[in-house]
Design a protein around this ligand. Sequence first.
Ligand code: SF4
Length: 459
Amino acid sequence: MRSRSPVVSFVSLGCPKALVDSERILTRLRAEGYELAREHAGADMVIVNTCGFLDSAQAESLDAIGAALAENGKVIVTGCMGAEPEKITQRYPNVFAITGPQQYESVVEAVHRAAPPLHDAFVDLVPPQGIKLTPRHYAYLKISEGCNNRCSFCIIPKLRGDLVSRPAADVLREAERLMTAGVKELLIISQDTSAYGIDLKYAASRWKDRDVRARFVELARELGTLGAWVRLHYVYPYPHVDDVIALMADGQILPYLDIPFQHAAPAVLKRMKRPAAQEKTLERIRAWRQTCPALTLRSTFIVGFPGETDADFEFLLGWLDEAQLDRVGCFRYEPVKGAAANDLGDAVPNDVKEERWHRFMARQQAISAKRLKAKVGTRQQVIIDEDGGAHVPAKWEPVRRQEHAQNEFVAKGRSKGDAPEIDGAVYVASRRPLRIGEIATVKIERADDYDLHGTAVGF
Ligand code: SF4
């Protein structure tokens, strides 16, 4: 008879969507009495939640599996790479089990085989909101899974299937549970947030005293009533997105949109098979900013996509000048095995990709820096992520030590225009210590390329 709870070591790789999957698996295992370990050695098994989006992500996943096998020996693989098990077994024939994305039941079943739970599970040790891998004051909230689009560079629909939305009431109940547990900011994620509910034909579900339809705008409005910061990720510029901009202007949800444009040249967008590619995005952005001047726009782009000509690239640079986006990430195109784009031909040579990437980054950095500078002198609400205490921690390089008087406390946070992990920070000086999760009003005094600096003037 075992006298101790079985112990699981967990590796979570990939995007926020994969992180949410990891949280669900861990919640279930903790509910059954499993313990979590920080080290593979000594645990009863290791679970590796893999990412299969790019070849480089697959390589990282395979390395993580190899390390887990070397240190522990009993390894369960799940996540996107689990959809192509032969890639794993070719290299590691002795993994204990492989399951695909969202196959929570199969993961738990494999865990039971590897080390059954103790009969007397410590069910009530589990907090009602489950186990979260993000800090206590913000949480990712997944509203749907899969994707109906077929972007030519992407294999996610192959791995995760078509769009499956959660009923609105389900999402709202989870949001409420998270807030009861101390969450102050909800990060709404999916593969295509603006497509939410299409598969459900926008069916209503009962929440509190009313029916809420599974519509993007309706869900955003209801989430906005809960009192947390609500931040939308992975939205496409469909016409109905205009309606959520009005909610932002009213202060119901954060004036922040994460829209992966990926390119601007019509010919490239067509070859990429991007959703909403034919919408007049520049006009739309102008109109959004008129409705909601505080709007922060974040996006990602790919340069060097097959067939991208010099003219396409110049078009993209010109578009950036017009669009004046706030935050931008850029990737050099990388073929992904199994993606339709591999058959397009016309590959862009690596040195050209590299040169375009540098030009793109230089152009956008100047725009982002100018937009940040425009915030100097304004007052911003800032949610505190880290408390630095009375000394500026060495890792907070951008903070100039001499700027901070004695008896001043420092903290690191984010304004409504900064999402965690991908955007910049606001460094805050304060006459009293700031608590993690607290929202302070900060007068912005200085901007550098990525971050803002200021003083708390209201608590
Ligand atoms: S929208 Fe395109 S890139 Fe995003 S998951 Fe769907 S197919 Fe992939």
